[in-house]
Design a protein around this ligand. Structure first.
Ligand code: KIV
Length: 260
């Protein structure tokens, strides 16, 4: 899977699948089942490290898990998250993005919009592929006052739209939209020529991502409404992954029940 193929998916309307992975074994399974993109998410702060949020995840953690996941992958596109405070200025962003690429990532992802102009631009100049992340930004959970839907009012929606347009202009090649109204995600997906990947953002995004531990029902605590347990009715882990891929490709997931 390449970035050009993802763009073709957008043009042809084929939906993009994405799951998070943190180790080689899960990554290999997802890759063999045909998941298009694999994200080494800083959600590892929650599901691997047991933290309340993602704020304590370090660059060293991300490099270690990216190296592990890269060993399990043959075909899927590997995206790695830049952790909290690892992209506070352009120079730091470039050094840390290069470290993730050297660890095996093909693209780096970081949260936020126009406030990171210099970081987006330096990665564009240095040909490092970037995935943006707008809407709910878990690294800003304290400022956002909790894990809440974003872009519900006109001002909030306009901010996300303007950020999305700026990111595309600064060379971002994929955009994750988290926890925004389905109608807003649809509007943004139609406006952009780069693919959007939604999580809690409705069926009209160009692709869908879930935290793998959530879609396998490994987490037993609070589950946001956009999560679906695909293991429950599909036998084993391979069955769950195959059902996840197929539900996204035929646009049976997410339903209204999983959207805002
Ligand atoms: O860290 C993560 O797993 C993510 C996804 C939820 C998009 O950023």
């Amino acid at each position: 899977m390449t970035l050009s193929e993802l763009k073709i998916f957008k043009q042809t309307g084929e939906k993009i699948t994405c799951l998070t992975a943190y180790d080689a074994s899960f990554a290999q399974l997802f890759d063999e089942c045909g998941v298009d993109t694999i994200l080494v998410g800083d959600s590892l702060g929650n599901v691997i490290q047991g933290g309340e949020n993602t704020l304590s995840v370090t660059m060293e953690d991300m490099i270690y898990h990216t190296q592990s996941v890269a060993k399990g992958i043959q075909d899927s596109l590997l995206i790695a998250d830049m952790p909290y405070q690892s992209y506070t200025n352009a120079e730091q962003t470039l050094v840390n993005a290069q470290r993730l690429i050297n660890a095996g990532a093909q693209m780096v992802k970081f949260e936020g919009g126009r406030e990171h102009k210099n970081s987006f631009e330096i990665l564009q100049v240095n040909n490092i592929p970037v995935c943006g992340h707008l809407g709910l930004q878990p690294q800003s959970v304290i400022e956002m006052g909790g894990y809440k839907i974003q872009g519900k009012d006109e001002v909030g929606a306009k901010r996300i739209i303007d950020d999305a347009l700026a990111l595309e202009a600064w060379g971002v090649q994929v955009l994750v939209l988290e926890c925004v109204p389905a109608s807003l995600a649809k509007q943004i997906s139609q406006m952009l020529s780069i693919p959007t990947i939604g999580i809690g953002a409705g069926v009209d995004c160009d692709g869908q991502v879930l935290v793998s531990y959530d879609m396998l029902g490994i987490n037993t605590g609070y589950m946001p409404k956009f999560v679906k347990n695909f293991l429950k009715d599909n036998g084993d882990i391979k069955g769950a992954i195959t059902a996840f891929i197929s539900a996204i490709k035929i646009q049976e997931f997410p339903t209204d029940q999983h959207s805002y």
